[in-house]
Design a protein around this ligand. Sequence first.
Ligand code: AMP
Ligand code: MG
Length: 357
Amino acid sequence: MQQDADAMRRAVEALRRGEAIGLPTETVYGLAANAWDEAACRRIFAIKGRPATNPLIVHVADRSRLGEGAEIPASGPVRERLEQVADLWPGPLTLILPKGQNVPSIVTAGRPTVAIRIPAHPVALELLACLPFPLAAPSANRSTAVSPTSAADVREELGDRIDVILDGGPCRYGLESTIVSLVDPDGPLLLRHGALSAEFLANRWRMPLSLLLRSGAIRPSSEGHAPPSDVPAAKSGVVGAAAPGQMRLHYAPRTPVWLADDPRLPSERRGRWGRIRFREATSSGGMPVDADRTYAETRVLSHDGDPVEIAASLYATLRELDHRMLEGIVVDTCAEAGIGRAVMDRLRRASANHGAS
Ligand code: AMP
Ligand code: MG
């Protein structure tokens, strides 16, 4: 979607004044502010109600400006790992690198490392090219809520708190970036599943998938939303022991979300319920399956269960059903492979109020 020149000018002016704005990216919409301006970044945390322990991702305009966020040149092994994925930028890949001096510690929650990426959205890239500083931008939702995938979603979440929201149309991936640390001595370490699959990245670094996904004991997060300590990492769906801010309850609408295979799902549902299917479920006659008649609202995310299509519309559908006064939303599960890993990660967190899986 073409962004009109007037909106772009207002965004640049607001950012130069130290304000935060709504920004389209190819993953989800961001709440962006000058990453070099400590007060502006503090505003991001306040607007979102985000715990100060949860660091922000820094967005830069292009490879030549990576040094605005990270310490460049990086050391030998880090530089090598970076080169192996350099062509994936702009794109939905966030890398953890040593922090550059200009980035205030509020951005990294006091860490010596910084999360950094180049977004692949024409509006974000045009804006970044107009600015003399990088942008810190977490998703433009209130903390723990569903990430916004359209400008209207941002207005709904934060319209009363920010003045400028750039409209770049619906997000192509509809799911956050994949985060990989490049500073671990044992090689690239996946910290968050996302729009780029772990399988694809492991192949790029020519490493076994299990090594990219390795994780030690889960460290309880200081937000108090840590996964229970008796749940092994693989089972809880939580990857990356070193990833801060990966809260157990996250990406959640106000309406309770249930995984369709949760044994605790009430068999007698009272009131109006919603159902999100990942593929068309029809009887032999092509009619909706009987079970769906018991739901007040049913949505099908992909005719034939394509995981990319499912990911692209999942958040928008959760958000839409959240407005339908439902007692609960029952969502399909999918195979934990490719982008399905990210889909299941988000759904586990969205349904974490039931202590499911
Ligand atoms: P988002 O809320 O999508 O902006 O995601 C930001 C996430 O990036 C955080 O919740 C962390 O999990 C991760 N992150 C940011 N900075 C760092 C860092 N320095 N080290 C490890 N993970 C980070
Ligand atoms: Mg977020």
